[in-house]
Design a protein around this ligand. Structure first.
Ligand SMILES: O=C(O)C1=C[C@@H](OP(=O)(O)O)[C@@H](O)[C@H](O)C1
Ligand SMILES: C=C(OP(=O)(O)O)C(=O)O
Length: 413
């Protein structure tokens, strides 16, 4: 059991073979949980993630809500349950960690108010905590919402849409950020019997009923990205990542294509994906993360580790996630001898500027992805990951899995 406030990570051989256990997708799990709660029916959801984000939502939905409820640091929980509490007319205060109270929610609150939800801000306009005061349908079923900030607002609205007296017609305004997550929401709604249309910037959902159906959550492709990084940095690697599918609902399943230029070959097998380290042969192109923002930190840290310069775009949403991920990357990459610089508006490039620090100590900013994205660099030389328990948000067994793969993960005080 690892319990100290930091770990030193290294790998004595650089040779990795074997099978890795991944958590289940928290995105898929949290949609299935909300849909089950909205359906008013009971059905099994298999392979529910042990991630705190999922365990928390499951707890909140299966126990009567008290006067004050906390979504902690979980964006999907905060956004999905706001819509859920609004649509089900619950009266309570919804809050979160200090960081959650800096993550904007105004787009969702404005939309829910137009539908008839009574919601007030306890503190700053546009941010949690929220005072939920009930729901009185306003008669409108047509909304225009900004889609360039977070897709979670759209997913939250879509999941409650079939319960509204006249369904919902959403017009998305602006670029559609994290679009695969909207498509995942619609695909899971369809699985549970609710049809929608998504054409151009318009999504329509008529009033319908969710059907009860058993659901099995796929493994998490975002978590798989750290194993891709490990394979790329290893001397030799052959890793099996079980229960990942080619026909995934997860946008982060672009990894086989995205990671090929970094020298990781992916083969789909009936069990999952087999990763093999290959020599790097293809030139690296500019990579756009607008549809897969959760992969950006993995790639930035990997580029520094492989000592390749990469251009990254589509990073806008990173500023409002668990931390300002651009600032966090900029501060920590320096310790690895790299720099993340904005070379033109919205284009960031990882430059190699220096020798990496000896046993760099990586600060994680209460962001699970900072810890998980930097740990693979222990394959090159030992490094320290601070506040490593932050991985509990999405991949509680991350450190144990690294140990099984031959990493030395040593607690330090
Ligand atoms: O809907 C989801 O499950 C998620 C959507 C994305 O957020 P944004 O839409 O805010 O980019 C992603 O970063 C997050 O980890 C999970
Ligand atoms: C952004 C993330 O999560 P959330 O927005 O759900 O807190 C994430 O897991 O990287």
């Amino acid at each position: 059991m690892i319990s100290a406030a930091a770990v030193r990570v290294s790998h004595p051989t650089g040779v990795l073979r074997g099978r890795v256990t991944l958590p289940a997708s928290k995105s898929e799990a949290n949609r299935a949980l909300i849909i089950r709660a909205l359906s008013g029916k009971d059905f099994p959801i298999h392979n529910l993630s042990d991630a705190n984000d999922t365990q928390l939502l499951n707890r909140l939905l299966s126990t009567p809500a008290g006067e004050e409820v906390s979504a902690e640091d979980a964006g999907t929980v905060m956004r999905f349950i706001t819509a859920y509490y609004a649509a089900t007319g619950q009266q309570l205060t919804l809050t979160g960690t200090p960081r959650m109270c800096q993550r904007p929610i105004g787009v969702l609150v404005d939309a829910l108010r137009k539908l008839g939800a009574q919601i007030e801000y306890v503190g700053e306009e546009g941010y949690p905590p929220l005072q939920m005061k009930g729901f009185d349908f306003s008669g409108t079923n047509q909304l225009t919402v900004r889609s360039d900030i977070s897709s979670q607002y759209i997913s939250a609205l879509l999941m409650i849409a079939p319960l509204l007296p006249q369904g919902l017609e959403l017009t998305l305004e602006g670029k559609i950020s994290s679009e695969p997550y909207i498509r995942m929401t619609l695909a899971q709604m369809a699985y549970f019997g609710v049809q929608a249309t998504f054409e151009g910037q318009k999504i329509s959902v008529a009033k319908q009923e969710y059907q009860a159906r058993e659901y099995t959550v796929e493994s998490d492709w975002s978590a798989a990205s750290y194993w891709y990084s490990i394979a790329a940095l290893a001397r030799e690697a052959e890793l099996l990542l079980p229960a990942l599918r080619k026909d995934s609902l997860q946008g982060d399943s672009v990894l086989p294509t995205l990671m090929a230029p970094f020298g990781v070959q992916t083969v789909f097998t009936p069990e999952g994906v087999q990763l093999t380290k290959q020599p790097i042969t293809q030139p690296l192109a500019r990579i756009d993360f607008f549809a897969c923002p959760d992969l950006a930190q993995t790639v930035a840290a990997l580029a520094a580790g492989l000592e390749v310069e990469v251009e990254m775009t589509g990073l806008e949403s990173l500023r409002i996630k668990e931390t300002d991920r651009i600032a966090a990357l900029q501060a920590e990459l320096v310790k690895l001898g790299a720099e993340l610089r904005e070379t033109e508006p919205a284009v960031f490039k990882v430059f190699l500027v220096n020798q990496p620090q000896n046993e760099a100590s990586i600060h994680t900013y209460e962001d699970h992805r900072m810890a998980m994205a930097f740990a693979p660099l222990g394959l090159k030389q030992p490094l320290v990951v601070e506040e490593h328990r932050v991985v509990r948000k999405s991949y509680p067994k991350y450190w144990e899995e690294l140990q099984k793969a031959g990493f030395a993960v040593d607690e330090i005080q």
